[in-house]
Ligand binder design. Structure first.
Ligand SMILES: Nc1ncnc2c1ncn2[C@@H]1O[C@H](COP(=O)(O)OP(=O)(O)OP(=O)(O)O)[C@@H](O)[C@H]1O
Length: 248
């Protein structure tokens, strides 16, 4: 599904990704852990096409298609979704309007008809209820004045509505209380399927108790320096990154 080979990328003239290679087959959930500043968010931005991130070498393909040659909106239309580490506030745009616009833009790009308002509202009510989001909150400007945990739930609601094919979760667990962590994880697990792939960026093993990864990778100084099963996350929690920082 997602195949990244020898990826080098710079931001502000500084090389951050330094030969990153990673494969996530369809149906699998891969976790990425690593020290602060290692390049985890940079990877998520490069994959989704954020401005200011320059790929200087290497490739990233989704089902064989060159992702890096596509504009950000085209990648989204292919089903690449990023749940931001720091979700943006969008004053003046109600959350419901934002999600409906995004959904219909993606459907249009795929040659599918728009979702009619009643069907959209029904779906939004169902998905919001599953994530324990008060429906009235969706009438407020997206993320404006939302608590940290509410913003993260809103990201997962967008994901549940858009039903992406490849999901990148960047520290979705930060800011979530214990109950919200469970609810959000259930929302993510509900999207697991043989056709989907997921990249879960996290600092904490506890998220991986809820979203069980098939593989765990250590990203250090811009490269994947170790990979293993879920037990690798437990080892990192016990022993930290010292050993891998030296390997970088
Ligand atoms: N515009 C920029 N100019 C120069 N360096 C930058 C710029 N933006 C980000 N960086 C640097 O890129 C490095 C990687 O940042 P990134 O956010 O990808 O790390 P991360 O692994 O996600 O870290 P964390 O775990 O703290 O979220 C950091 O050292 C950061 O300071």
């Amino acid at each position: 599904m997602l195949s990244i080979k020898n990826l080098h990328a710079s931001v502000g003239g500084t090389e951050i990704l330094k030969g990153l290679t990673l494969d996530v087959p369809a149906g699998e959930v891969h976790a990425i852990m690593g020290p602060n500043g290692a390049g985890k968010s940079t990877l998520s931005y490069v994959l989704t096409g954020r401005e200011g991130y320059e790929v200087t070498k290497g490739s990233a393909t989704l089902d064989g298609e060159d992702l890096l040659a596509l504009a950000a909106n085209e990648r989204a239309a292919r089903g690449v979704f990023l749940s931001f580490q720091y979700p943006l506030e969008i004053p003046g745009v109600p959350a419901l309007t934002f999600i409906r616009t995004a959904l219909n833009a993606q459907r249009k790009a795929r040659g599918e008809p728009e979702v009619a308002a009643p069907a959209f509202l029904k779906l939004a009510r169902e998905k919001a209820a599953a994530l324990k989001i008060d429906f009235d909150m969706l009438k407020r400007a997206l993320n404006v004045g939302f608590s940290g945990g509410e913003k993260k739930r809103m990201e997962i609601l967008q994901m549940a509505m858009l039903e992406p094919r490849f999901l990148i979760l960047d520290e979705t667990d930060s800011g979530l209380d214990i109950d919200a962590l469970k609810i959000v994880s259930e929302g993510v697990n509900a999207l697991r399927s043989p056709e989907r792939g997921m990249l879960v960026i996290t600092h904490y093993q506890r998220l991986l108790d809820h979203i069980r990864p098939d593989r765990v990778h250590v990203l250090s100084a811009g490269r994947i320096v170790a990979s293993g099963g879920p037990e690798l996350a437990l080892e990192l929690e016990r022993e930290g990154y010292d050993k891998y920082a030296r390997a970088a």
